[in-house]
Ligand binder design. Structure first.
Ligand SMILES: Cc1cc2nc3c(=O)[nH]c(=O)nc-3n(C[C@H](O)[C@H](O)[C@H](O)COP(=O)(O)O)c2cc1C
Length: 178
């Protein structure tokens, strides 16, 4: 009898493949028990226009996960291309990410960071366990954009910038999409 073994799933190759999808970089913040919470995420995405929903996911191993679960709302700070340092700062674990950071207090007390390309202030809407991450769905209550600021990009495990030609006339949204 021949037993056919499925090849083991190659997680490294999977990560590598996912890296071919470029994303922006956000620092998601909240206020829990009076203290600011923040972490760098590139899992942010738009989800629904009506109601206005967005999403991000937090690793089950993240130290701050219990705090995110308790937050009533979040601010999604979309980083500008000159904010790599901000991204690195909020991607560090076990340190005081807030030391020397100035911010304004948004809805639910969530910190709105200076110099960002956009900030979306959201109310917690739903969470779903999803493998080794927890999916957070949030309802956008208000937002601001700084159209002059270009977004920071993350692609293939590195920070990147959009090329100059990407800033010509906007092609989106096209009529056919709605
Ligand atoms: C560009 C970038 C994107 C990241 N995206 C995510 C993400 O979407 N979800 C996540 O759980 N961690 C993400 N991380 C890692 C977290 O920022 C990092 O684990 C952070 O230390 C978690 O904060 P904590 O230790 O205070 O919980 C990302 C890191 C970088 C540099």
């Amino acid at each position: 009898m021949t037993v056919r073994m499925e090849p083991a799933f190659d997680t490294r190759a999977f990560r590598h493949a996912l890296g071919h999808f470029p994303t922006g970089v956000c620092v998601v913040t909240a206020r829990v028990d009076g203290a600011p919470v923040g972490m760098t995420v590139n899992s942010f995405n738009s989800l629904s226009l009506d109601p206005p929903l967005v999403l991000f996911s937090v690793a089950t191993g993240a130290a701050s996960l219990p705090l995110w679960r308790r937050a009533e709302g979040y601010a999604v700070n979309v980083l500008a291309e000159n904010q790599k340092d901000m991204s690195d700062r909020f991607a560090r674990s076990g340190v005081n990410k807030w030391e020397g950071t100035t911010y304004a207090e948004g809805l639910f007390g969530a910190p709105a960071l200076p110099g960002v390309a956009a900030v979306l202030e959201c109310a917690a809407w739903a969470t779903h366990a999803a493998g080794d991450h927890v999916l957070f769905i949030a309802e956008v209550r208000r937002f601001r954009t700084a159209s002059g600021r270009r977004p920071l990009v993350f692609s293939k495990g590195r920070y990147a910038k959009l090329h100059e030609t990407e800033f010509t006339a906007s092609l989106w949204p096209l009529d056919i999409h709605y």
